[in-house]
Design a protein. Structure first.
Length: 168
């Protein structure tokens, strides 16, 4: 059965054993906030998520999913962890193919988070993402992270020390 799931930066088609993660540009979202900035002279906070300059940030916003997909694939290639769902393929960040897992509940994640002790070094925003059940699934019997394309996640899990710590 095919299912579609919408993330902030990607939309995901779940089909058979795989998850196809496609870039989700949101031009109307960006345009609306840019218009507000041009009219009032004040940039809405979320428009500045990617750069201090509103125009630069708007441009980056449009292609945020490409950067997320690229980082997710690269992290899996260079620093795979057993608690990550494998990312099999990336078409220049426009489309990623990941193995498909089953949704888990907040209770399941709270009971058996796979790397809670490693979250300490992260920013509060990043920790927020890493404790949301929507970013995890059950894959081959284990609770695994399915959303690991953010800069914070990349920074954390690309540290070789973490690799050793997690393997122990
Ligand atoms: N490998 C997978 N197996 C099962 N479901 C998945 C998988 N990858 C993604 N999904 C579903 O798609 C949703 C969006 O995926 P993901 O979180 O990776 O995208 P995102 O754009 O980073 O979203 P957000 O920024 O909102 O967290 C997930 O919450 C989940 O429901
Ligand atoms: Mg997510």
């Amino acid at each position: 059965m095919i299912r579609i799931s919408w993330g902030t930066t990607r939309f995901v088609v779940l089909v058979g054993t795989v998850a196809i993660k496609m870039v989700r540009p949101r031009p109307l979202w960006v345009l609306r906030r840019l218009a507000r900035y041009l009219i009032t002279g004040v940039a809405p906070k979320r428009l500045l998520a990617y750069a201090d300059n509103p125009l630069e940030s708007a441009a980056k916003h449009l292609f945020a999913g490409v950067a997320v997909n690229r980082r997710e694939y690269r992290l899996w290639q260079e620093f795979p962890h057993h608690f990550m769902v494998p990312t099999l393929y990336s078409l220049r960040g426009i489309v990623n193919i990941q193995m498909r897992g089953q949704a888990i509940s907040e209770e399941e994640l709270a009971l058996s988070h796979p790397f809670r002790s490693s979250l300490k070094g992260m920013t509060p925003d990043a920790i927020g993402d890493m404790v949301k059940a929507m970013n995890f699934c059950r894959y081959e019997g284990h609770i695994c992270l399915l959303d690991y394309g953010s800069e914070d996640t990349f920074a954390l899990f690309s540290q070789p020390e973490i690799q050793h710590h997690m393997a122990a």
